[in-house]
Design a protein around this ligand. Structure first.
Ligand code: F6R
Length: 242
């Protein structure tokens, strides 16, 4: 069943998402969180940092897995998702670095690395709560629209829309990596709970399509309707077409 939560604005959306994450950790201090990068969860991460500083959340037993990483960027590259996650969240809270997992952008052997990533998720007991953003083209993680989707963690060419959308973080569009390593649809679906965050008018059409369209790999987000525990958190703008 899809549970839709409408919030007034980005601040409220971020607070609500942080409430869900906080409750998950309170119920299960050694929970496994699946995390996203991008602009949308930054407010949520700021909320988590504030609550950690106020002594309200303890991350010391939490394990995290990120959805994706640019292929070809080292972990200390400023545009890497590794760098992003440490700047936006991890270095401000008490999650032990050895419990943090992010696909590595420069693996020696891509197949081996992807299999390893799947295995570590399994070994950790699977993901309890997966936070997702949504691409304007309907991608989740970096599972881009297409005639078929891969199931497990894999290397994927980024679509032109994604390269354009993400170029806002780079000096020029030429610098945006053309490929990424992403959890696959099966990896994401194995999470026991999924919470998708959408903020802003540019996400409104895709939120409507997620809910109204038939399920198709041409709009990967439509597949989420098959998940037994999906929550969609929207602000007023992202929810304006539903
Ligand atoms: C990020 C990710 C992507 C983003 C999506 C939305 O780890 O997997 O699917 O969630 O591209 O990005 P923003 O939040 O920047 O609009």
């Amino acid at each position: 069943m899809v549970n839709i939560i409408r919030t007034e604005n980005y601040q409220e959306l971020s607070k609500h998402a942080a409430d869900i994450i906080q409750a998950t950790i309170e119920n299960k201090p050694d929970c496994v969180l699946g995390l996203a990068t991008g602009g949308t969860p930054i407010g949520t991460y700021q909320q988590l940092i504030d609550r950690f500083r106020e002594g309200k959340i303890d991350f010391s037993k939490v394990t995290t897995f990120n959805l994706d990483e640019y292929y070809g960027l080292s972990s200390d590259h400023e545009q890497s998702y590794h760098f992003f996650m440490f700047e936006q969240l991890f270095r401000h809270i008490n999650v032990p670095p050895e419990r943090v997992h992010i696909p590595f952008g420069l693996p020696e052997d891509i197949e081996t690395h992807c299999q390893y990533y799947e295995q570590v998720i399994q070994d950790a007991g699977g993901i309890d709560l997966q936070i997702l953003g949504i691409g304007e083209n309907g991608h989740i993680g970096f599972n881009e629209p297409g005639p078929s989707l891969q199931t497990g963690t894999h290397l994927v060419p980024l679509s032109q829309e994604t390269i354009r959308a993400n170029s806002r973080y780079f000096a020029s569009i030429q610098e945006v990596p053309k490929k990424a390593i992403t959890m696959g649809i099966r990896t994401i679906f194995q999470a026991r709970r999924i919470v998708l965050l959408a903020s802003g008018a540019n996400k409104a059409a895709m939120i409507r399509r997620l809910l109204d369209d038939n399920i198709t790999t041409e709009v990967p987000a439509t597949l989420l309707k098959l998940h037994p525990d999906l929550t969609i958190l929207v602000d007023q703008e992202a929810g304006s077409e539903i």
